[in-house]
Design a protein around this ligand. Structure first.
Ligand code: HEC
Ligand code: HEC
Length: 328
């Protein structure tokens, strides 16, 4: 009896210590700015600018950078990301025009690539932004060539968005799931352009990030091996549409009942992804915006790839109906 009490007391003390430690850590996270690291040694890369690279970079910028960085005048001076759930705080993207003071005009090509791959800035601070760790070296260079070009959105501008005010939750995420990635220690080649499935896999994961939204949870991705992500392409990740209603991403596997196998022919899929309109005339809701800059070939390749991945049964329509009832 006595020993049992002693043991319980011991456990109690142990728990107390753990709680104190956890509490102390939380307080630390709450009062410090987002996580920082030692300033990284950026690779020594010089990107040669060619018109082909600038054009390819523009395609990728339309898929990725512009939606988050463009102000009302379509210049990449940064803006409030108000579609992010309020629990993250007030998140603002930054000025990434060629301006040397307010933008990234003073970053080296290597520093830019290091940041885009890992999320760590030249000074060691981290950014609440996607990491492009799977993108091929050549595509990465195209992005940099575009950022350095004289295209309108990146022309030097001194306009600046206010600094972000991250919530405790956002900072906590930076210490846990949203940690910076490793800089790849091998070169990443472009997929073999004669193999549609390989091209589709590449576009759907490394460039257009379809899997990031179309798996079970966009905060719980396997960024190194996308295929190992929970509910890979079976949809169900939660978003807020423009009316503030909860919506779920769609199941894009070829599951016969709940996926797209029977819903879309390849031609219908291409048209829907490009225009944002389903074969039955209904319109995709935000954040599923039309992907105008993807070529028909690339979207067809995504379709071919989706056909090859495991078919998962996940009834999104039913989930959506349940939430709608609850939100009424
Ligand atoms: C989902 C939204 C989102 C996307 C997509 C995105 N960014 Fe960002 N980016 C941000 C936010 C937010 C910040 C600021 C983060 C912070 O301060 O913590 C940022 C910061 C940056 C910075 C650091 C600038 C500085 O001065 O600190 C660079 C460089 C950058 N982004 C470039 C890009 C490029 C290039 C792309 C496209 C390949 C891109 N971003 C795509 C949201 C995004
Ligand atoms: C920012 C998150 C996000 C990204 C990135 C994204 N999607 Fe979506 N997608 C959604 C959401 C949310 C829906 C559900 C829209 C609705 O219910 O109206 C959706 C719906 C769809 C649908 C409709 C499926 C159906 O059952 O009718 C297709 C097709 C689709 N997405 C394809 C893609 C492809 C291909 C990509 C990559 C090029 C992609 N999506 C990238 C969030 C995203």
């Amino acid at each position: 009896m006595k020993t049992a009490k002693k043991i319980l007391k011991r456990i109690g003390q142990g728990l107390g210590v753990i709680l104190l430690l956890v509490g102390g850590f939380c307080a630390y996270v709450a009062v410090t700015p987002p996580r920082t690291y030692d300033p990284p040694v950026a690779p020594n890369i010089h990107v040669e600018s060619t018109e082909a690279r600038i054009q390819r970079g523009e395609v990728i910028a339309h898929l990725q950078c512009i939606s988050c960085h463009a102000d009302n005048n379509n210049r990449l001076t940064g803006k409030r990301l108000d579609e992010l759930p309020a629990i993250f705080g007030k998140v603002y993207s930054r000025n990434i025009t060629k301006d040397k003071e307010k933008g990234i005009g003073n970053w080296t090509d290597g520093q830019l690539i290091y940041f885009l791959r890992t999320g760590i800035r030249p000074n060691g601070t981290t950014a609440f932004m996607p990491q492009y760790n799977l993108m091929a070296d050549e595509d990465m260079k195209s992005v940099v060539a575009w950022l350095r070009s004289d295209r309108f959105p990146v022309q030097a501008s001194k306009t600046e968005a206010p600094p972000a005010e991250y919530s405790f939750v956002a900072k906590m995420l930076a210490w846990t799931i949203l940690q910076p990635g490793d800089f790849p220690n091998q070169s990443i080649p472009m997929p073999d352009s004669t193999k549609p499935v390989a091209v589709g896999r590449y576009v759907a994961t490394a460039v257009a990030d379809c899997y990031g939204c179309h798996s079970a949870d966009y905060l719980d991705l396997d960024k190194v091996h996308p295929e190992r992500t929970k509910g890979y392409f079976a949809g169900g990740s939660k978003f807020t549409d423009e009316a503030g209603k909860t919506i779920f991403s769609a199941n894009l596997t070829f599951d016969e009942q709940t996926g797209i196998g029977k819903k879309y022919t390849k031609e219908q899929f291409i048209r829907a992804v490009k225009t944002g309109v389903r074969p039955d005339g209904t319109i995709f809701r935000y954040p599923m915006v039309p992907r105008l800059s993807l070529s028909d070939r690339e979207i067809a390749a995504i379709y071919d790839y989706l056909k090859t991945i495991p078919r998962l049964n996940n009834n999104i329509a039913q989930k959506q109906a349940e939430v709608q009832l609850a939100e009424k």
